[in-house]
Every structure is written in structure tokens, then in C-alpha cells.
Design a protein around this ligand. Sequence first.
Ligand SMILES: Nc1nc2c(c(=O)[nH]1)N[C@H]1C(S)=C(S)[C@@H](COP(=O)(O)OP(=O)(O)OC[C@H]3O[C@@H](n4cnc5c(=O)[nH]c(N)nc54)[C@H](O)[C@@H]3O)O[C@H]1N2
Ligand SMILES: Nc1nc2c(c(=O)[nH]1)N[C@H]1C(S)=C(S)[C@@H](COP(=O)(O)OP(=O)(O)OC[C@H]3O[C@@H](n4cnc5c(=O)[nH]c(N)nc54)[C@H](O)[C@@H]3O)O[C@H]1N2
Ligand SMILES: [Mo]
Length: 764
Amino acid sequence: MSDQKPKHETPTAHTGLKIKAPKAKAAGIPGITKAVGQANRYMKTGQAIKLSLKLNQKGGVDCPGCAWPDPDDDRSRLGEYCENGMKAIAEEAQKTTIGRDFFAQNSVAELGDWSDFKLGKSGRIAEPMVLEAGATHYTPISWEEANTMIAGELKALKTPDEAVFYTSGRTSNEAAFMYQLMVRAFGTNNMPDCSNMCHESSGHGLNNTIGIGKGTVSLEDIHNSDLLLIIGQNPGTNHPRMLSSLEKCKENGGKIITINPLREAGLVNFINPQRLGKVLGGGTPLTDLHLPVALNGDIALLKAIMLRIWHQDREQGGSILDWDFISEQTAGYEAFVEDLRRQDFTDLATASGVPRAQILTAVDMIRKAKSVIVCWAMGVTQHENGVANVQEIVNLLLMKGAIGKPGSGVCPVRGHSNVQGNRTVGIWESPSDAFLDKLATNFGITPPRKHGYSTVEAIHAMNRGKVNVFFALGGNFLSAAPDTAYTAAGLERCQLTVHVSTKLNRSHLVTGKRALILPCLGRTEIDLQDQGEQFVTVENSMSIVHRSKGVLPPCSEHLRSESAIIGTLAAALLGNQATVPWQEWVGDYDLVREAIEKTIPEFAGYNEKVRHDFGFYLANGIQDGQFPTPDGKAHFTINKVPKNQLNEGEYQLMTIRSHDQFNTTIYGLDDRYRGIKNERRVVFMHPEDMKTRGWQAKQAINLINEHGGTRRVAESFLLVPYDIPRNCLAAYFPEANVLVPIDSFDDRSKTPASKRIIVRLEEA
Ligand SMILES: Nc1nc2c(c(=O)[nH]1)N[C@H]1C(S)=C(S)[C@@H](COP(=O)(O)OP(=O)(O)OC[C@H]3O[C@@H](n4cnc5c(=O)[nH]c(N)nc54)[C@H](O)[C@@H]3O)O[C@H]1N2
Ligand SMILES: Nc1nc2c(c(=O)[nH]1)N[C@H]1C(S)=C(S)[C@@H](COP(=O)(O)OP(=O)(O)OC[C@H]3O[C@@H](n4cnc5c(=O)[nH]c(N)nc54)[C@H](O)[C@@H]3O)O[C@H]1N2
Ligand SMILES: [Mo]
């Protein structure tokens, strides 16, 4: 039976930590072995082979892992997959399924004691389930009854704004478009999404400066750039296929600078498992220069670099900065330099935590480079100054004239495989009026104009009793969101919580008065509708829209596609309130794509173009030197250097991903590259900091955060001595999410600051 632990928390039991030396090389034979092992263990053999051959091939299955694009031409014959891509599909295409028997045997309270790993490995959810008010167990429910329940609760709300509709970024363009249309026809913009916790700061920072919220480069640019800066990103684990692109850049003579508190293995040396010569030969060294920045020291570092470059440009008669570009295509340079000149190089260097000599080497490399791309991910965005971080990156590129030219530009590397596409087709709590006008004209609806709740705002609203229905199209809101206890309390105040899911997760266990689990097809599965087998479309990090078509038979006959789930619910909820033939759309996704094309001009020729082998690029907005900003210019901005103060006994903690997880889905208990075996409740700490406290490796400690007067405790994490800057700590997401204060986020993007949490430590 259940212990005293609240079921929103991950169990504290340890699993047998072994600490080894961190790896200096990524992938290679161990990568292949692990991938095959994972596939064999959890999938039927024939299916594993079939899938690996179809993964990321033209017209095949888009890997449900990360959003790194596929090469246009030479896709590897072994399949353009990676170790973690194989784990992602092995996780989705599991042999076992769970349904009424499983839920009859295991009460919600008992499941609360299971680890996230065990919950996920229980199998694919095979039929719709309901948790009735006061019930201890989920029981089966028909699709029709489920729809009636949801429509009934929604119609009974005092206002549509009492409902919140979350999206996780795996959803296809088709399902996402139908979903946002249903939600707006119903009458609210309360559409928080995983992007709110992820790249929202990139969207804001880029929109404010260059007028386009996405990346501006193609794979071709990456391959041919003189210099790549990779900031706050761990591609060896989270975007492994990116390493092949980095390898190509190196082979073409490019250089790489990495900026990261950790020396991540994948960034140091890469053994391409798909090229035999490299596997035998020891691999390609990737990073030329690693800058071990302190947590949130990036603005100080970038400013130090820019200040030096500016001085050198002056000394060398203006030969370093791109003066034509600055004068013709940018605005705000004078004010920006005015501010930059007031900074002191030594202060900036100290605040960055990077030794002066290394900063000067970086300056040298950037000065010489004719083209520069900056790639980044969560180490940049998940800070209270996440938007400012992105804007400083833009400042550096603008000084060099390195945006909108071959081999140059911005590359925010997205997370979920279709998070970018979801936003493009309208999943957003702050839609533009122009977009809403189109919905009104095309579909006869009266969309609400008031902007809705972002993730953080939705959690507050739930806790204030302003939300009664929470609906999630994918994801694991409870565990992914900040401040787990507070988020749990919010969800528990709802009348009804609904999850469209493939796999069991903790969000199914912390529910409103009633709860539903609606099981859907995964991307690997055949999607058969009235008009035959359907494919869906997705957009990757480089704005390429392409097809994804499942190849495996669905794991249960009761599953519905996400589009079908939304379409039938919309029909039940809206009747003929909107001029949308929901049932026909469900039968033929070409019709949904026609509706998207009618609404968003960039999709002109959608159905035809997406049937081409590689899909098509959505226009990136910079044309003939004009940026899509109101004045046609790219804007320099002024951003403050964060203070990052710590009081006596305080540390700054980042929450990161291990090599064996996809967000809250736990593939395994190792973090191979960082030398961790068989444990997730670990905290990385500098050996000298451990010595100061008189602590040993593997000793258990509690982490405590007291932001805003609330005490948050993460109990019993085992210490791992690690090469991490002093006073900085790292622990895994989602175990450490109990510590992320709900009110610590970037003011503009509302992205929780999950890469810098102030904690104190005590012995457990
Ligand atoms: N296998 C796998 N693939 C994934 C995911 C997964 O969980 N597993 N998740 C997907 C998703 S949704 C996303 S958003 C991406 C996430 O991809 P990443 O952003 O690579 O993921 P994180 O583990 O959050 O790593 C952040 C990196 O930032 C560094 N960092 C932390 N704080 C700072 C800082 O202040 N400054 C700098 N410069 N660096 C810092 C950390 O050391 C770490 O290397 O990956 C996607 N792909
Ligand atoms: N502390 C901390 N918190 C973080 C982060 C961090 O770095 N630190 N990262 C943040 C980031 S970058 C992100 S993107 C969010 C992620 O937040 P989410 O997207 O909400 O979380 P996931 O763990 O990706 O969701 C996993 C669940 O999705 C469901 N699922 C999987 N495939 C499908 C599918 O095809 N269809 C449907 N309908 N469901 C499916 C499964 O039931 C699975 O349990 O977390 C954020 N939270
Ligand atoms: Mo993400």
C-alpha cells in the first residue's frame, strides 16, 4: 500500500549508484549496442528492424525524439537514426499493453509509489479509462461516453476561460490545427504548451530583434559555416544526429566553440556509428575551444567577447565588424555600444567564470571567422534572463553581420519533434489578431481576443480556483511543470482532468475530481481512416515541413489517432457552431491541410509540396536584406548583466537531462557519458565544494529552496563529485522539479528558470 509520500513526487528509494569516469567520446559501438539492446528488450524483433529501416527516411516515420532535421540527400542506409532515436521508438512501440486488468489490479495510490521508470515501462495504454469521483481505480469507458463527459463538463463551465488546453510538442500539424480551432470555437485562448517551458525565450528574443521567432539556418549552412558556437546545449544526448552535422562542418574546415558549465562528452569527440572508418579510427574531435561558463554567466561572457571585439575593431581601423551590414540593415547600434563601452572587461570575465585567456582565444576565433552560427538550447532559455540571453546572442551576430547570409545565423535547436510546427499552426496562448481574423472568416467562428494562460499562469489560475477542466493533448504536465507540489494542488482543484496519451505517467495519478485517459496512436503506427491510410506532417528545427507515416499495426484496436480524438470531441462539443466538417476532416487529413493552407499563406500548395521526398521549407522571413520587423531592420538591444548573487551556504542548481530519458519518460537509469550507472537521484558537485562541507561521494543530501517564503525540499540525492564550476550543482529533471519555484521565470517569456535554482544543502 501507499507510504506517506505524496503521489506527485517521485519515490526517494535508491537503485544502486555506481560512479565511473565521465566519457570523452560520444556514440560509436556502445551507442549502437545500447540502441539494439533497447529495441530487443522492449519491442518485437521484426518490428524493431522494420522501424529502424523506415526511421527518418523519405516518406517514413519521423523520429518522435528530437527536432533535428534530416539531411536532404545522403541519408545513411543504416537508417538515419541514433541511439536515442531508437530508444524513443522502442519506448513507443512496446510489446506490452495495459488496459482494464492492469488498472483493476493497481490502484491510483499504489501506482503513485512506482518510479517514473516503472510507470513508463508498464506498456502502452490500450483502451480509454476513467477515474470516477471518489474511485480508487481507473475503470474502462467507451469513447462515446468519454466525449459526452468532456463536452458536458465544458458546457457546464461559467465561462470557456475556466478550461485549459495543454499541448506537448509531439502532436502533428493536422491534430494541432484541429485542436486550436476547436478550443477557439469553444471560446478560449487558454492554450499553454511545452514551449512555454522550453524555447519560449528564443521566440521572444528573436522576434524582438530580427522579427522572426525561429532559426534562420539550414543544414547546408551548418555544414559550411566557418565557426559554430554551441551554447547551453548537450547534443550528444539530446540531438545526437546533430553530431553528424558538426562532423561535416569540421571536415569542411569549420571550428567549434562550446559554452557550457559541463564538458559534455558528445561535444568533445564523436564517433559516428554510421561510418565504419570513424568507429574504428577513434572518431572526430569536435570542440576546438570549451568555455566552462558559470551557471547563467553567458551574458557576462558574451559581453566580454563583444567588448574585446569592439576594441579590436577600433584599433584595426574598422576591419572586424561588418559596417555595411550594421549601417544598412540594423538599428540601435549606437545605444548598444554606448552601454557596452561602460562595461569593464575584468568584471565581465570574473562574472562569467571563464579564464581570461580562454575568452581571448574565443575572441580571436570569432574575429577571424567569415561566417558564424550560434546554436543553443535550454542552458540559454531556462533562465530569469532567458530572453536577454537570446538577445545578446543576436547582438554578437549582428556585430559580425552574421545573419541572413550563407553559413551564418541563429539556430535555436528545438526539443520535441513537432513543437515548432505546433506553434506555426496556431498552438499559442497569445495568437495574433491577424491569425484569429482568418479563423473567423474561414470557419465561421468568433474567436476570443483575450490572450490565454501560459503554463505558469495556468498553474496559478488552477490554484486560485479559476480552472475546472484541464485537457492535455500529450505530455506529462504534472512532472514537466515547475513547483511540483503547487502544480499538483492546482490539478487536484479541477473538476475534470483529461489526458490524451500513449503511455502511463504521473499526470494520470494526480487528478481532478474525475479523470480520463484517452489512448492514442503513436507516430510509428498505421493511421487508417475512412479515406485510407493517412500520413501526418511535422516541422523540424529548420522550418522544413515533411510527412510522417506509421508502419506498425496499432498496439490495440481501441486506439484513435489524435486527429480523430479531437475531431469527434469537437463534433460532440460544438455541433454546428462552426462551419467545420469535423468528421470529413478525420476521414481525410488532406482536407485539414487544405484548411491550414487557407489560413496560413506560407503553406501554399501544402498537399502537393509535402508529397515531395523532402517536404518543403517554410519561408524564413529575411528577404533582400529586409528583416520582417516594423522598420525592416534587425535590432541591437541592451541587456543587463545578471547579478547571480549567492548568500553564504547557497548554491545554484541546474536541472538537466540524463542520457537515458526523453523529458519525463525514463528509458533507463544510466547517464553513460557522465559516468553514472543505475541511479537518477544524484546531484553533481565540485570536489572542492564537497571537501569544504566534509562530504563524500554517494553521501545522501537534501536540497532545499525557499524562494518566496515557501519551503521546497528534494530529499535524498546522492553526491557525485564532478567537473562543474564552483558553487554550481546539477540534478535531473523531473526529480528535481519539486525545487523549481513557480515564480522564478523570465518576465517576458514566462519560461521557468529551471537552469538556475537557488538551494541550500543538508545531510539527509
Ligand atoms: N534523448 C533525448 N532527446 C531530447 C530530449 C530528452 O529528454 N532526451 N528532450 C528534448 C527537448 S523537449 C529539448 S528542449 C531538448 C533539450 O536539449 P538540451 O538543452 O541539450 O537539454 P538539457 O539537458 O536541458 O541541457 C542543457 C545544457 O545546458 C547546460 N547549461 C545549464 N545551465 C547553463 C547555463 O547557464 N549556461 C550555459 N551556457 N549552459 C548551461 C547544461 O550543462 C546542459 O549541457 O532536447 C530534446 N531532445
Ligand atoms: N526542471 C525542468 N523542467 C523542465 C525542463 C527542464 O529542463 N528542467 N524542460 C522543459 C521542457 S524543454 C519541455 S519541452 C517540457 C516537456 O513537457 P511535456 O511535453 O509535457 O513532457 P514529456 O515528458 O515529453 O511527455 C511525455 C508523455 O507524453 C505522452 N506521449 C508520448 N508520445 C505521445 C504521442 O505521440 N501522442 C500523445 N498524445 N502523447 C504522447 C506519453 O504519455 C508520455 O508519458 O518539460 C519542461 N520541464
Ligand atoms: Mo523542450
